[in-house]
Design a protein around this ligand. Structure first.
Ligand SMILES: [Zn+2]
Ligand SMILES: [Zn+2]
Length: 229
């Protein structure tokens, strides 16, 4: 596998000097080269996030989830790229991450709306980047029938990091609400987009709210499945 280029000493500084070096092999040109993108996609099957089994169709017969598409496990190179994108605010990684996620998605016809799971506003301010929203915009640009909508809003700024499993699930149950300014459309597929699946509590909560408000076609799209929990 490609070695991960270390950027931990001066994160951000290296990006100012040479923003477009491949995080996998160091090759200058793109933030992740085609060879390393292929490596990530080929070394990860689409997985069911609940039973963790390969799930080529996105629909697991054993687990009750909407069709779910994931780039891969949050390890090695994929983990390094997501970290660099999210915490070091490397915007140039949004497109290649969107492209990799796009290769997992089935053909979705008709109206498609991508709903990014809302990031805590304090994190957006401190990072200078709403990473899930930017990812949604890049993914939408790859299809003429995709749009992005900030349909979900956070109820309160509860933080998941460090909370135990039970607390996280309780917090997630009341984490989101529907944006009152946005109407839900009939005959539309809604893609719920998140960066990392850990307990699944956030996506479960988001799915339930959409269902309660009359959405019947939901697809989950996730960059990575955390294998730590
Ligand atoms: Zn590379
Ligand atoms: Zn399953």
């Amino acid at each position: 596998m490609p070695n991960i280029v270390k950027t931990t000493t001066f994160p951000g500084l290296l990006d100012l000097v040479a923003p477009h070096y491949c995080r996998g092999c160091g090759h200058i040109g793109e933030p992740i080269c085609n060879r390393c993108k292929k490596y990530i996609l080929n070394s990860n099957p689409n997985l069911c996030p609940i039973c963790k089994k390969p799930n080529p169709t996105g629909i697991c017969s054993n687990c009750s989830l909407p069709p779910t598409y994931i780039v891969g496990k949050r390890t090695d190179l994929l983990n390094a790229i997501i970290h660099d994108y999210k915490y070091n605010s490397v915007r140039a990684l949004a497109l290649p991450l969107a492209e990799m996620l796009n290769t997992r998605l089935p053909d979705l016809n008709g109206n498609v709306v991508i709903v990014p799971l809302p990031t805590i506003s304090r994190h957006i301010r401190s990072r200078g980047l709403d990473h899930t929203f930017l990812l949604a915009k890049k993914l939408a640009k790859l299809h003429s029938n995709f749009k992005v909508s900030k349909l979900l809003q956070r109820n309160s700024n509860t933080v998941q990091v460090g909370s135990d499993h039970k607390t996280r699930i309780t917090q997630a149950n009341k984490a989101y609400k529907i944006n009152p300014k946005i109407n839900i459309k009939k005959d539309t597929t809604y893609i719920l987009l998140d960066d990392v699946y850990t307990t699944g509590a956030s996506l479960k909560s988001a799915t339930e709210i959409l269902k309660k408000n009359g959405v019947d076609k939901i697809v989950l799209a996730i960059l990575a499945l955390s294998i730590l929990d």
